[in-house]
Write a new protein. Structure first.
Length: 302
């Protein structure tokens, strides 16, 4: 039987938490699927993380049963690597994996105040304006990687990888497929992220928001995560994705007659900014046929 993570993140442990020597093997993101091996106690069940060799124990109340008779994609696990040890803010190694640096803080979900302060800590620590991991180079810019890293540490899910067509065929036939970057999984670029938000994001806790004023208000009031994603007119050119972040004492959105026109954002791209608002104006509304965007969407997650 298959179960799905029902919380923002779930610890996979080598023993039930009540054991003094229990340790966390990995953190399983929201909506990821596990296969039940044994209901060892009412509180702790032994499970297998699909498409890996990882087995361990999870708190049973933090997972929900997947009804495979009604869920058409129940057999297809969202591809996700565990945090890597090679990648860092000082290099571009394994950018397809979450950062495994213990010095980078996660969002503290205890209260709105703790969410707001920990988001500021995440932005300061990732330091997108200075970190080599996000610097543009001759071949690419890294808006999708920065947005993925920010969301990972904010404890919300967006995709970094997608299965290849061959891997999907094998998964649909009921087979497990190993995660091999460049062979069974490939990167999720910003144009694909745009499509993912429209097709799948609601299943991962995201909600569509009508405009940037409403998005900034939600982010400010709740310490949540906002995203603007724009799709290119020319699809083989990269789209763009940024995070909308809570205002601080010194960093503000740009308002006109009390309404947010340019929200407070953080991005990697042609230029990298820890915070910005009016310097790029309403970039998502550019209709330049070469450099502009056919459409843009606004999403929020608590």
């Amino acid at each position: 039987m298959k179960y799905r993570v029902a919380t923002s993140s779930l610890n996979l442990r080598d023993f039930p938490s009540a054991n003094d020597n229990s340790k966390i093997l990995t953190k399983i993101p929201f909506r990821h699927t596990v296969k039940l091996i044994e209901k060892t106690t009412s509180d702790w069940w032994k499970v297998k993380l699909l498409n890996t060799d990882k087995e361990g124990f999870v708190f049973s109340q933090d997972i929900e049963h997947v009804d495979e008779t009604t869920d058409e994609i129940a057999d297809i696990e969202v591809p996700n690597f565990e945090p890597g040890s090679k990648g860092s803010l000082d290099n571009k190694l394994e950018t397809y994996k979450p950062l495994g640096d213990p010095a980078i803080p996660f969002r503290d979900l205890t209260s709105v105040a703790s969410k707001l302060s920990s988001i500021r800590n995440i932005i300061d620590t990732l330091n997108v304006s200075k970190s080599f991991r996000y610097e543009k180079d001759d071949s690419d810019t890294y808006c999708n990687i920065y947005t993925f890293d920010y969301c990972f540490f904010a404890k919300v899910y967006i995709p970094r990888l997608r299965w290849t067509d061959k891997a999907i065929e094998a998964l649909e036939n009921g087979n497990e497929v190993p995660l091999v970057f460049g062979e069974t999984v490939r990167p999720f670029y910003s144009n694909y992220i745009y499509d993912w938000f429209l097709q799948s994001a609601s299943a991962f806790g995201w909600e569509s928001v009508s405009d940037v004023d409403a998005l900034q208000k939600k982010v400010n009031a709740n310490g949540g995560v906002g995203v603007i994603c724009a799709k290119r007119f020319i699809l083989h050119k990269s789209g763009h994705v940024v995070v909308v972040v809570p205002e601080t004492e010194n960093e503000k959105a740009f308002r006109l007659d009390g309404k947010v026109i340019y929200p407070l954002q953080s991005q990697a791209g042609m230029d990298n900014y820890n915070y910005f608002s009016e310097i790029r104006k309403d970039w998502w509304d550019s209709k330049d046929p070469e450099k502009g965007y056919s459409s843009a969407i606004f999403y929020y997650h608590d």
